[in-house]
Design a protein around this ligand. Structure first.
Ligand SMILES: Cc1cc2nc3c(=O)[nH]c(=O)nc-3n(C[C@H](O)[C@H](O)[C@H](O)COP(=O)(O)OP(=O)(O)OC[C@H]3O[C@@H](n4cnc5c(N)ncnc54)[C@H](O)[C@@H]3O)c2cc1C
Length: 405
């Protein structure tokens, strides 16, 4: 009897929400056989144990907005849909700590925390996207510059391994246990090492005031000088973003009313001193803030001192750039019918020479086949060894990650 035939009933014995997959369940063009929606970590473990017994390949899914990021999986038999595990399990406001299930939409967690004047210091993202998806892709926005990313804000994780073993790491206080920080390993691993079912986050108070200082600037050298003037100062910006070649540098200041007012004045002085002719000050974030550019999506990283050069080179390659000039983490976008492979080659060489990297996050399949999605990855053999420990039979999102991991 074929695996497909026995898989359904076997999976159904581990979870009461299992169905045959339909077209919409395909993962980056690869059709799975079944979809299961576990309601708990234990059910997730039961499903992964069953999948192991039947040698099924498994891909975790949150809201499914980024299942095309990375490379297509070699095979998918089971999609593990975490959307039933969408609860905020605990919010210890006194400890500035929250615990939530991986299928919890990021915006729902933020709503719960805001009621107590707190937040997970992660920028708003696409509505409905989940904590698990954000952790697995380590997506980040403008506020990463001051607060870090999921990797820094997650202090505890519950993960189910490919063999169904449940592993807990960290806890409810920062660095409360000795040993490897598994949470950091899971962050940005695209679901290739384990399925995250719960996460513990350290929180920040919601700021009572904020101001955005925006400068229109024509040349990349001045843009870089404006960024450097603010980043090297003590005005403690939450974010320093650039929108290029639209020609805007924007600085976000958050905190108390009085603090923000005095830092706004200091920042205006810094910006005019670095070449800004006018500085617009507003409370509202600009419409482009935190949104990725359109088209083929690139993630570009480089040293701060190379940001100006990167903006110039990107403009030469017809690549629109948005992102954290203050952290050296930027997103590039270009039309799919442009010279994508040539632009990737030139910009990747620039980023590598500037101590960074370039990843092709999203592109149509025909374009993706013309480029190396991940680029050169130092310590790839060590990563393969880590994968070999967590998922020796390569059944979690096989082939989606660097080096075909
Ligand atoms: C601050 C910020 C700003 C963003 N801005 C934009 C934007 O402007 N435009 C845009 O298009 N996107 C943006 N994103 C990206 C996008 O929102 C995220 O990548 C999103 O978090 C994906 O969530 P999802 O639930 O849809 O994940 P999915 O698409 O379901 O999954 C994404 C990946 O994570 C894996 N995965 C999902 N859940 C788990 C789990 N529980 N355990 C292990 N692996 C798992 C999947 O297998 C897949 O590889 C932004 C993200 C952030 C954090």
């Amino acid at each position: 009897m074929s695996v497909e035939t026995v898989a359904g009933p076997a999976l159904a014995s581990a979870c009461d929400d299992v169905r045959e997959a339909v077209d919409g369940d395909s993962v980056d063009g690869v059709p799975p056989g079944h979809v299961a929606r576990p309601a708990s970590t234990d059910e997730t473990a039961g499903l992964l144990r069953t999948a192991a017994e039947l040698d099924l390949a498994v891909v975790a899914r949150g809201a499914g907005t980024k299942l095309t990021w990375g490379t297509p999986p070699e095979r998918v038999d089971l999609v593990l849909d975490l959307s039933r595990m969408d609860a905020v399990l605990d919010h210890a406001a006194g400890d500035l700590v929250a615990v939530a299930q991986a299928g919890c939409p990021i915006d729902r967690l933020q709503e719960t925390l805001a009621a107590a004047g707190q937040r997970l210091a992660i920028d708003g993202t696409l509505p409905g996207t989940t904590l698990g998806g954000g952790i697995a892709t380590n997506s980040s926005g403008p506020r990463r510059m001051l607060n870090g990313t999921f990797r820094d804000l997650m202090i505890g994780t519950t993960v189910v391994r490919a063999d169904g073993v449940i592993a807990k790491s960290g806890g409810r206080v920062v660095k409360n246990v000795a040993g490897y920080d598994l949470g950091k390993l899971m962050t940005g691993s695209f679901g290739t090492l384990g399925v995250v079912t719960e996460a513990v986050f350290r929180l920040h108070p919601l700021p009572t005031a904020s101001q955005v200082l925006a400068v229109d600037v024509r040349d990349a050298t001045t843009a870089a000088a404006l960024v450097a003037a603010v980043v090297h100062s003590d005005v403690v910006p939450t974010a320093v973003e650039v929108d290029w070649p639209a020609g805007v540098v924007a600085v976000l200041l958050e905190g108390t009313e009085q603090g923000v007012d005095s830092r706004t004045a200091a920042t205006r002085t810094l910006l005019t001193g670095a070449g800004a002719s006018t500085v617009d000050i507003a409370e509202q974030l600009p419409p482009w803030w935190g949104h990725h550019p359109e088209g083929v999506l690139l993630k570009l990283t480089c040293s701060l001192s190379a940001v100006g050069g990167l903006l110039q080179e990107a403009a030469r390659q017809g690549v629109a750039v948005r992102g954290s000039a203050g952290a050296g983490v930027l997103y590039g976008g270009l039309p799919a019918d442009a010279e994508v492979a040539a632009a990737v080659t030139v910009l990747r060489a620039f980023c590598l020479a500037a101590g960074g990297s370039l990843v092709v996050l999203a592109a149509p399949a025909d374009v993706r086949s013309t480029v190396d999605v991940w680029g050169p990855v130092p310590a790839l053999e060590l990563m393969r060894a880590v994968k070999g420990q967590f998922d020796p039979h390569r059944r979690l999102s096989p082939g989606r990650f660097v080096g075909g991991i």
